[in-house]
Design a protein around this ligand. Structure first.
Ligand code: IFM
Length: 474
């Protein structure tokens, strides 16, 4: 009964969504003829253009819930990670970070989003590894000295074992543990860092780890637990934001603001597979769950999550309201939604026939990025693209993908959206979670298992510098 009633409400929502924002179609000749760097510079002075990574995917030498998961097998007895890969060495950025910074300089980047590892810095409750903190400080100094603004993520999918052993984000002590970490990070790095990302993609983590079961801790088909984990992260974010603001009181870049806090929010454009009521209803439900939970929470303080017929969370959390100074947008694809009440997510997602897809089979749709930016801009926060990119090992798609997606950003800015930066995923090839080393996203390639040298994917690096050149011109 509840399921039916909720689906009807979502069907009405779907009609409302269907009636707005037609997705424009971009003309390749127009994109090619546009001087994107010069136009971005004119439309948005101070635009940040750079690249992104995360600690676990590049550093190597970590111990956390993922390093345990990487050694395990799934129900079918296969390794949790494709080809039995693991992150033990990854790109060895813990030791080779100066080469990563040199790669950013080659790109002419003026921003870099990177992660710090909670488990490395706090391997046990209440501890702090000062030697590890000092190494991060060296990295931040080197970035600041080169005019590359560091944007630091403090939680990107991995937990210290002392948190995961208690139940991870299902543990009611997890938000306070995260608050403590944020407090220590703010105090340790606040004089070097203004831009903080508390959480990366809380929606994706919840679904991959507790519904698809393909990420740590590998729980399948439990949208109730997934939703609790989604909510737990947002409760942690609320506390962490207060802690960062209280402990980072130094304005590192001299713009008058000591902390600029955001969440790297994964958005996607769900489209109903047909005009049948259930497809439109589930598309609207997915749209709310994936796209709107986070911006609603950080702008109004209302934490509202619903999986029709399974779980509803509806709480007012005062510290969530205005907890962000900006919102990060991680965009990769649009998906079609087909109702399927036999699965825990109530629908399956698929790509349209004949679409251009990346090495991981994700559709290339820059128009959807434009559409989502215009939608997310309505929440009234400045936007930074904290991730956008593709797996493309032989580099035959990335140059045009990069131009088309930056063109989408430019168009959104010209149409009024307050987009202030774009950080391409990824700077270098890295450990792509359950895909191991099969999804290669880097502007620079890495020979994993070989010499780990950072080798430019030249066509992409050229496409990037064609834009940073005019963008950074005096
Ligand atoms: O590699 C991931 C990253 O960790 C989170 N966002 C998506 C990327 C590509 O899958």
């Amino acid at each position: 009964m509840t399921t039916k009633r909720n689906l009807m409400i979502f069907a009405l929502g779907a009609l409302a969504i269907a009636s707005c924002d037609p997705v424009p179609s971009f003309d390749k000749d127009v994109i090619d003829a546009t001087d994107i760097g010069a136009e971005l510079r004119a439309a948005k002075p101070g635009f940040i253009l750079g690249a992104a990574t995360s600690h676990h995917q590049i550093e190597g030498g970590l111990t956390n819930d993922w390093t345990v998961f990487e050694q395990g097998t799934n129900d079918e007895g296969e390794p949790n990670i494709k080809n039995g890969d693991d992150s033990s060495v990854a790109a060895d950025s813990w030791n080779r970070w100066p080469e990563d910074i040199a790669s950013l300089e080659t790109l002419g980047a003026n921003g870099y989003r990177l992660g710090i590892s909670w488990s490395r810095l706090q391997p046990t409750p209440g501890s702090w590894d000062q030697a590890a903190a000092d190494r991060y400080r060296d990295m931040f100094d080197a970035l600041n000295a080169r005019g590359i603004r560091p944007m630091v993520t403090i939680y990107h999918f991995t937990l210290p074992l002392w948190v995961s052993d208690e139940g991870g984000w299902e543990w009611d002590g997890a938000p306070a543990a995260f608050e403590d970490f944020a407090q220590r990070a703010g105090a340790a790095f606040g004089d070097q860092i203004d831009y903080w990302v508390t959480l990366n993609e809380p929606n994706v983590l919840a679904i991959q780890a507790y519904s698809f079961g393909s990420w740590a801790p590998g729980v399948k088909d439990d949208m109730e637990r997934a939703t609790n984990v989604y909510a737990g992260q947002l409760r942690g974010h609320a506390l962490a934001s207060v802690a960062l603001r209280a402990n980072d009181t130094v304005d590192a870049d001299g713009d008058g603001k000591a902390t600029q806090i955001g969440i790297a929010h994964h958005v996607r454009l769900p489209q109903p597979a047909s005009s049948y009521a259930l497809d439109t209803a589930l598309s609207a439900a997915t749209n709310d769950y994936i796209n709107d939970v986070v911006p609603r929470a950080i702008t109004t303080g209302r934490l509202f999550l619903e999986v029709p017929g399974t779980i509803t969370i509806d709480e007012d959390i005062p510290a969530l309201k205005d907890s962000c100074d900006w919102m990060g947008i991680n965009y990769y694809e649009r998906t079609y939604i087909r109702a399927d009440l036999s699965v825990s997510t109530l629908s399956t997602q698929y790509q349209p026939e004949g679409a251009e897809v990346t090495d991981l089979g994700w559709e290339v749709s820059p128009e959807s990025l434009y559409h989502l930016l215009m939608r997310m801009d309505r929440y009234g926060l400045p936007l930074y693209i904290t991730e956008n990119g593709l797996a493309d090992d032989d580099d035959d798609q990335r140059p045009s993908y990069l131009r088309a997606h930056l063109y989408a950003v430019l168009r959104a800015i010209q149409d009024g959206a307050d987009v202030r930066g774009y950080l391409h995923w990824a700077l270098i090839d890295n450990f792509e979670w359950a895909e191991g080393y099969e999804g290669l996203f880097g502007l620079f390639s890495i020979d994993f298992g070989g010499d780990l040298a950072r080798v430019p994917r030249q066509a992409s690096v050229d496409a990037f510098t064609d834009i940073t050149g005019p963008l950074n011109a005096e």
